[in-house]
Design a protein around this ligand. Structure first.
Ligand SMILES: [Zn+2]
Length: 360
């Protein structure tokens, strides 16, 4: 039955108003929650409490990471104004300063651990018993590799098969140990240092893992399950205004993303070939016309050039990216006050002679 013309129009209007621009779940990444540990990877217990109080005051839903990944895998709609909490490395400060508050609020969280380091008995890390205590209250303990190594780096003379075997064993060993200690091990992985390339992402995909980086941005439907973004907090990041901007961010509706060299040839990987210093990030938007007002930034360079294309836009740094890890972040205002679309891309640049940089 055809709706009367007016009713049809009203229905469309209601759908437009009711449908959120692009529901987004934001995954937060913390390391230490302590005022005695290195500032760059720490938030103070006071700051952490402010973050959690903000979420509560503004009615955010705190979701578990396995539940979120299940929604993504099933291509089900994501909730809006939802966050998932993650802690990398399993520091004792998480048990001492974050856990009591999270238990009180009844909120789930995920701790990514390196079993070899726990077994070595570092006093900096939560013990298996403490992890089990957190799990009993709703925490998930997940895989951050056994070694916490730079997994994308090959050893001298190491071929692809040997690399796959070595890194696969590193990941499998961690998973086996977590399952033995916790009774269960979710197929969730956090890349050490947030470093991944296509080979590592595929290796994890074949093993059934969803894998998280440290490039910022919210998670939208259709997110790449082996390159999932998180917002890291620590150091300069995480004052309340910064926190509010990030947890309220929206996923830019993207139909495709491609990395290109300066000369336009496609790049397979966030790891740049030696001759590429100013990679192009080419974005195809889900809805044409969405490119208006897109601003992009590169680590250490501030705002960078954004060129419009028929399908979306291309962002490119004006100066060569430095050796190490860099990101392009692109944002655009949304129709909702205080809410920005946000998209991030990791790049990794080796030294000029092709060797790996030392970790600062
Ligand atoms: Zn780590």
């Amino acid at each position: 039955m055809a709706l009367p013309r007016f009713a049809g129009f009203a229905l469309v209007l209601i759908l437009l108003v009711a449908a959120p621009a692009a529901p987004a779940v934001v995954v937060l990444q913390y390391h230490h929650v302590d005022d005695q540990t290195p500032a760059i990877t720490s938030v103070t217990p006071e700051r952490f409490r402010q973050h959690m109080d903000y979420l509560q005051r503004h009615d955010f839903e705190v979701v578990s990471l396995p539940a979120l990944v299940a929604l993504l895998r099933a291509q089900r709609p994501l909730p809006d104004r939802a966050v998932a909490l993650t802690f990398d490395d399993g520091y004792i400060s998480v048990y001492r300063h974050a856990f009591p508050l999270l238990r009180q609020k009844g909120w789930p969280f995920t701790v990514f651990v390196n079993p070899a380091a726990i077994d070595a008995g570092s006093g900096q890390l939560a013990s298996w018993a403490q992890l089990r205590e957190m799990a009993a209250a709703g925490a998930v303990v997940a895989n951050h590799s056994d070694s916490h190594g730079h997994l994308i780096r090959r050893r001298p003379g190491e071929g692809r098969r040997d690399w796959e075997k070595r890194v696969g064993s590193d990941i499998d060993a961690a998973q086996t140990r977590i399952a033995a200690q916790m009774g269960v091990a979710a197929k969730l992985f956090a890349y050490p240092y947030g470093e991944y390339d296509t080979q590592l992402a595929r290796l994890l995909g074949r093993r059934g893992y969803a894998a998280f980086g440290q490039h910022s941005g919210p998670l939208g439907s259709g997110a790449d399950l082996q390159a999932l973004p998180r917002f890291p907090f620590g150091g300069h990041y995480g004052d309340l205004q910064d926190f509010a901007t990030k947890v309220n961010s929206l996923a830019l509706p993207v139909a495709g993303r491609q990395l290109l060299a300066e000369d336009g040839r496609p790049l397979a990987d966030p790891v740049l070939p030696q001759d590429v210093g100013r990679p192009q990030l080419s974005i195809t938007l889900a809805q044409p016309g969405d490119h208006r007002g897109v601003n992009c930034f590169a680590s250490g360079q501030g705002r960078i050039e954004v060129r419009r294309t028929d399908e979306g836009f291309v962002a490119q740094a004006g100066k060569p990216l430095p050796v190490g890890r860099s990101r392009y972040n692109c944002t655009r205002a949304s129709a909702q006050a205080g809410r920005f679309y946000w998209l991030s891309q990791l790049f990794i640049r080796k030294r000029a002679d092709g060797s790996w940089y030392a970790e600062p």
